[in-house]
Design a protein around this ligand. Sequence first.
Ligand code: SAH
Ligand code: SF4
Length: 351
Amino acid sequence: MTPALRDLFSLTREDVTALMSTWGFSPVHGARLWNYLYWELVDSLGAMTELPLKVRRRLESETTLGVLPTALETDSRDGFTRKFLLTLPDARRIETVLMRFTGRVTACVSTQAGCAMGCVFCATGQMGFSRHLTPGEIVAQVAHVARALRRAGELRLRNIVLMGMGEPLHNYDATMRALEIVRDPSGLSLGADRITLSTVGVVPGILRLAEENQPLHLAVSLHAATQAERAALVPAARAWPLDTLMDACRTYSQRTGRRIFYEWTLIEGKNDSVEHAHAVGALLRGLPAQVNLIPLNPTEGYTGAPGRTESAKAFQRILGDHYELPSTVRQRRGIDIAAGCGQLAVMARNG
Ligand code: SAH
Ligand code: SF4
């Protein structure tokens, strides 16, 4: 059996230097290669024409550049969102989204093909788990968005959110390695303030992030303020109950000194009432927190409807006036291209 080729997107800058040194090449070639990957954003080994032929030959025989071909690319009507359906080497599909809200360009990246957590309203949850992504497959998505922006002569990629398909803390090691690569200041340079990781509430993962003091913003998908209501929406809450999750969040904020974003998908008649707003306010009272309210994106496998604008406004008022909790309402931009996580993959599969 031929050994698997190493994906250049899975290497840190140090790994690239070490590879050149193992092969007996000058570190200058490593620096040039890194530039090709993350500064020029090339999409093939063949484009690295300034590397000496002997280096290119070695790269071609022992490595691969894991560019993910685009199966489908869709722009939302309002022009704020572009969604890419990308093909993995095993022909599975994942989604990566380029978003231009709030005046900043952000890539929304997947960490798994499918997801094992089964949240009832989520298109990715509805399709089940296929596999973890490799670090290279996560980095390749970020490079893809940066390259698309470059080609269009647009702004530089400023932020990434791990809010695409999958649960990043269920694929902890690969995700952290990918973040180390995209953070590199001489590469994509997406530092601590530019990365947001969203989790359904994988408690051991949250504690590990705190322990390692990983430089990122943490978002926790809460959606309900009681164990029973949460478990009905988020089956993972049975493994990591709400009180255990809140203890982990407290520990996280104490250890890191950082506030947490709490995500709340607003579903009409389920979790968008005045009582719900008071319940989440009481739950988060005194914690360094911000609540992000996201009206539900309808999906095929769930009958719920998005919470109304008035409910979102009332929710915000209660959180602010009674509990001094800052909150935002995320616009449902890009809804015409099914920009909720996992929805494009479902549409492509169906037809
Ligand atoms: N697995 C992680 C990250 C990916 S999901 C997590 O669950 O946090 C990113 C965010 O999108 C989560 O807050 C999730 O609850 C939300 N989401 C998923 N499906 C949605 C839908 N149909 N409408 C609105 N928000 C949704
Ligand atoms: Fe997985 Fe997040 Fe979707 Fe839940 S919301 S199924 S954790 S991707």
